[in-house]
Design a protein around this ligand. Structure first.
Ligand code: TPP
Length: 672
């Protein structure tokens, strides 16, 4: 291993040594504490430290890093105090994740470290979003994301690199190739000769380096950083290294040929660098001993601080409260008018115009773009083409291509990029071309966007628009009602307007909300429903239902297209006095309004286009049974679509739809 100091001073070289040795010594101590049961799971980075340390040293402090499970060196080189890190590893409430996350699954804004989720690959696209923010602000900054050799097989690797290349983003992707993904050797992981060969396929530059050589890592990444900023391009670096311990301590190393340990022991990054500094007379054996003794003492002092943790006391209110960011997180809200239900029906002072649902959505987006200069729109074909439904038609002319962005076909990377934008204080709206395609971005939505605030206090200021629903003869993959997949995920808000006035006010509210909002818009209502909509910029409060019609015989609790089916049914059956409640938001539910609807008639029918099993109707029925039993005169009934995939032929689709069974269910309820 040859070192090249370039123009680094003796002091710098010595400082680098301390940065490299510090995580090594911490980890050696942690392995002892792990065996004593003081901390939980540990993924060893011994033998690989030069990569995390070298990369962090090469970046500026305010540049974001997306580390993984073996990157203690990132956290220590960013000077996170060991005492607090130790609190984190013990699961203490005084740790970085308040006891909610294990080992390295946490981040911290102050240190510009974005915490990983277990799934590894999702880290990569977050770096795209951060780099996009830098690019939009013309800042001379990069972001840097790590992956292991195993992680390069994930679709997220492909999507993140491809998006960074297509959008010319200054991201450094670092592969730590340590030969194994758990027990799987690289020859069972990929077929290219070197992983860096993949760079060419994405149209980016790449280099393969010795990951155990601290100065090579540092110098390469420093140069690559300048390249990325100067050329506004991503770059792939493959760092060759070896994991000197098992995947995690419990997994052992039996699956690794033992002679490899000897080979790589001889290339130990700390030892080799030490020898180099000794050869330069920058360090002596005596000084090494002194530094070791100092660090040992510092570790003990910090561990003493970190050990003084209080017993975890669960406070349910606090736990629930931390799932969402407060709405003031991005500065005080503007003086946006919140329109309430009474005004909607009675206030003649509101200047309105007649809009179809689709136009109301368009107007909400347009006004939000004017209101928030930091709002970015992303989606397939949404720029010049105007989106599959033409909702953003003309937006490129008004706001430019930087803010109205066509995306490659990669939902997961775009949700990840949206989160990255949020890390840098941007708002974003992603248009799923069809709600059905959320499946390929599902992990980023339910595990990253939804959980990040609870896990380490970072908000995800993202709205995902979901053109949804059937009745358009589009078959199983362009018509699904999948809102209930998201209502059960703590950390997501789910809104689903049925009228133009609600569509506009709720979309504006969703964009103003600093939390992730899944905004469902029914395709069949786009052009079939119109109504008076205030011309002004206004919000409808998320989480508030609307009484559509008063009645005394039965109450129909519903949302989306089914609101119109219920209204039409009531109009055609004037002999039945039907009370109709439009939920408007499915998470959080408006329990007060639901209770009132039950109270109104004592006979409740929950009606939705979604299929029956696992639909939100089951949850509402259970809540009513538990909380409003004394108000009921009949069992709560549900009318939903068939538990089959949604079929293509109109006849089959009609038979699938809940609408066809509405009369039958109403009659059953009336007769009870
Ligand atoms: C999506 C997903 N699948 C499987 C796992 C289980 N898992 C955790 S780490 C790991 C190996 C990762 O290997 P690599 O990317 O090479 O990183 P290394 O652990 O070697 O640093 C696996 C399979 C996971 N965390 N996430």
């Amino acid at each position: 291993m040859t070192f090249d100091r370039k123009d680094l001073s003796n002091d710098q070289l010595l400082g680098f040594y301390k940065s490299l040795l510090w995580p090594r010594m911490i980890e050696e101590k942690m392995l002892v504490l792990l065996r004593q049961g003081k901390i939980s799971k540990w993924f060893s980075g011994i033998g690989q430290e030069a990569i995390a340390v070298g990369a962090t040293l090469a970046l500026h402090e305010e540049e974001w890093i997306m580390p993984l499970h073996r990157n203690l060196g990132v956290f220590t080189t960013r000077n996170m105090p060991l005492g607090k890190l130790f609190m984190q590893w013990q699961g203490s409430q005084e740790g970085y994740s308040k006891g909610r996350e294990r080992s390295f699954h946490f981040g911290n804004k102050e240190h510009h470290i974005c915490g990983m989720i277990s799934h590894l690959g999702p880290q990569l696209a977050i770096a795209d979003g951060v780099a996009l923010a830098h690019k939009l602000r013309n800042e001379n900054k990069v972001s840097l994301a790590f992956t292991g050799d195993g992680g390069t097989s994930e679709g997220d690797f492909h999507e993140a690199l491809n998006t960074a290349a297509v959008w010319d983003l200054p991201v450094i992707f670092v592969i730590e190739n340590n030969g194994y993904g758990l027990s799987t050797p690289v020859n069972e992981q990929y077929r290219c000769t070197n992983l860096v060969d993949k760079a060419k396929g994405y149209g980016m530059q790449g280099v393969r380096i010795d990951g155990n050589n601290l100065l090579e890592v540092y110098d390469t990444i420093k140069g690559v950083r300048e390249y990325c900023i100067r050329n506004q391009k991503p770059f792939l670096i493959e760092c060759m290294t070896f994991r000197m311990r098992g995947h995690e301590e419990a997994s052992g190393t039996k699956y690794v040929p033992q002679d490899l340990f000897k080979t790589w022991e001889a290339k130990d990054p700390v030892k080799k660098y030490e020898e180099y500094l000794i050869s330069l007379n920058i360090l002596t054996e005596k000084e090494i001993e002194t530094i070791h003794a100092e660090f040992k003492e510092k570790i003990e002092t910090e561990l003493a601080i970190g050990s003084k943790v209080k017993t975890v006391v669960a406070d349910t209110e606090n736990e629930v409260e931390d799932v969402f960011a407060k709405s003031t997180v991005n500065g005080p809200q503007s003086t946006v008018r919140v329109v309430n239900n009474a005004e909607l029906t009675h206030d003649s002072q509101l200047l309105t115009h007649d809009l179809r649902l689709i136009d109301a959505i368009k107007e909400a987006l347009h006004q939000s773009m004017q209101q928030h200069s930091n709002l970015i729109l992303m989606g397939q074909d949404i720029a010049e083409y105007g989106g599959a439904f033409k909702i953003t038609e003309g937006f490129v002319n008004d706001f430019g291509k930087e803010r109205v962005r066509n995306t490659p076909l990669c939902e997961s990377a775009i949700v990840g990029a949206a989160l990255g934008l949020s890390l840098e204080g941007y708002k974003s709206m992603m248009e799923m071309q069809f709600a059905d395609f959320a499946t390929v971005g599902f992990n980023q939505i339910v595990n990253n966007l939804a959980k990040i605030h609870y896990r380490w206090g970072q908000n995800a200021d993202v709205v995902i628009r979901m053109p949804t629903g059937g009745g358009v003869g589009a078959g199983p993959f362009h018509s699904q009602s999948n809102e209930a997949w998201f209502t059960k995920v703590p950390g997501l808000k789910v809104v689903y307007p049925s009228t133009p006035i609600d569509a506009k006010g709720l979309l504006i509210a969703s964009i103003n909300d600093p939390n992730p909002v899944m905004y469902f818009e029914h395709k069949a209502l786009y052009r079939s429903v119109s109504g008076a909509v205030p011309s002004d910029y206004y919000e409808i409060e998320i989480g508030k239902a609307r009484q559509v019609k008063k009645g005394t015989d039965i109450s129909i609790i519903t949302y989306g297209a089914a609101v119109h089916w219920a209204t039409d049914y009531a109009a055609a059956h004037s002999e039945i006095s039907i009370d109709i409640l439009d939920l408007r938001t499915l998470a959080p539910l408006d329990y007060l309004a639901i209770r009132k609807a039950v109270q109104q008639t004592g006979k409740v029918l929950i009606f939705h286009e979604d299929t029956l099993i696992g639909g939100i109707g089951g949850e509402i029925a259970a809540w009513i049974a538990e909380n409003c039993f004394d108000l009921l005169d009949a069992p709560v009934m549900r009318c939903a679509s068939l538990d089959t995939p949604i079929p293509f032929s109109i006849e089959l689709e009609n038979n699938f739809m809940a609408k066809i069974r509405l009369d039958e269910t109403v009659q059953k309820l009336l007769k009870y």
